[in-house]
Ligand binder design. Structure first.
Ligand code: AMP
Length: 190
């Protein structure tokens, strides 16, 4: 099986329902135990910290990418095998994208959505052909998927939007999906 560089986008917030924490730890565990590499935002807070600490505890390889101005407030994860200090939020995303062989999106806040939308729109424009999987813990992404359906129904996105992302119920099926993914042709939107 091919080694994957799994880019995980997820929340930095704390004090969440336990299911979110469990899913984050499960993601870190699977990445480590299957010999993949975790690529993530390099912080030690919230679900980001949970994924990274779990992967590290299980001897998984971890690459963190954190902007200079966030090294204190997001608590740069010094145990990462590699910690990139980026200039800002924009180059952080491009460094993470260049490592990634697939994207796994756990529940998160505005930062996570920003990161998700950047890769979704790139996939729509066919400048990115990697798997994008939303992990739908506690049905967290149901309202977003409804919004996507609405956007499609109203004609702002073509039917091909269904090929842009995949919704997985849990981290295990998300990792399985990334491992077996074959790029699919996306038709031009115009
Ligand atoms: P959140 O989902 O808001 O908890 O944030 C998750 C991560 O996304 C944090 O590490 C934020 O610093 C990061 N983030 C927030 N905005 C951006 C952005 N525009 N580009 C890249 N990362 C961001």
């Amino acid at each position: 099986m091919m080694q994957q560089y799994v880019c995980v986008y997820c929340g930095a917030a704390g004090e969440l329902a336990e299911e979110y924490v469990t899913a984050a730890r499960e993601t870190g565990r699977l990445i480590a135990q299957r010999g993949h590499v975790l690529v993530y935002g390099g912080g030690n807070r919230g679900l980001m910290g949970e994924v990274a600490r779990t992967a590290t505890e299980l001897d998984g390889r971890v690459i963190g990418v954190i902007p200079r101005m966030l090294t204190d407030i997001e608590q740069a994860f010094s145990e990462a095998n590699k910690l990139h200090i980026s200039d800002g939020l924009r180059d952080r995303k491009s460094i993470m994208e260049s490592y990634a062989t697939g994207f796994l999106i756990l529940p998160g806040g505005l930062g996570t959505l920003d990161e998700l939308f950047e890769i979704l729109t790139q996939k729509q424009l066919r400048t990115l052909s990697k798997p994008i999987v939303l992990v739908n813990t506690r049905g967290y992404y149901d309202p977003l998927v409804h919004l996507f359906e609405h956007i499609h129904k109203e004609g702002f996105v073509k039917a091909q939007y269904g090929k842009l992302y995949h919704v997985a119920p849990d981290p295990l099926s998300a990792i399985d999906y990334i491992e077996q993914y074959k790029p699919v042709p996306i038709e031009s939107r115009f």
